[in-house]
Design a protein around this ligand. Sequence first.
Ligand code: NI
Length: 267
Amino acid sequence: MPDDTIRLSEMQIARFHEEGFLAIDRITTPDDVAALRVSYDRIFAERAGRDEGNQFDLAGTDEEGKEAKLPQILQPAKYAPEMLDSQLYRNASAIGKQLLGDGCTCGFAHAIFKPPHSDVPTPWHQDAAYWPPDKLYASISVWVPLQEATLENGCMHFVPGSHRMDVVAHRSINNDPRVHGLELHPEQMHHVTRAVACPLPPGGATFHGGYMLHYAPGNRSDIPRRALILNLAVPTTTRDQPRSYPWLDEKTTARAKRAQTAAKPAM
Ligand code: NI
């Protein structure tokens, strides 16, 4: 009987709600991690989803022929459906229900590949800064390294309690709207205090909500840093006071152009 009913303790659940994040040493088995790595490496080698705008450089301008600084694939299970049968997906769903309730489902996932010796960080940001600004989110990102995650290769960092903030000002990385990735606006960097690093063994996990400030340093190690991130959420609600995010309005990414072209019916 597979262990698909992994339980968090009352104390872990309370800590998640109080601090806004949680780290656990094991969300799945070593065999499952090994199988996920095979799928993960295959889709990155194939640059799966490139034409649809689902594979792109998170931290660079993403031109054809230019080496990506921080390759990302959205919805990896679309290109590796076997991932959906993994212990990881089952256990993450079980934990999502414990943290957010029975209506919690996994509708989105992504994979971020940090090449060795790349030293390109995932800058400080709130995930909700990427999402439509007219909604409020109750969500959890489950961040799972498929090898050890260390200070040297880019483990996650969080600011305890920052999940109580609304979305603060962001901008495109290096203030370049051609780059998909976001970073906290320099004027908002004072929010980054008391950051906590979360090194993990392979198949461990961190959990954080959509408003939590987080960051991962670059990869100074000799091997790739593979991270698989599942997003679990309950249905959104609409904001009473509408907002707009200029950092999304100004985006001109090559990825979005590919997605637009792919969505057009062939003439
Ligand atoms: Ni994030």
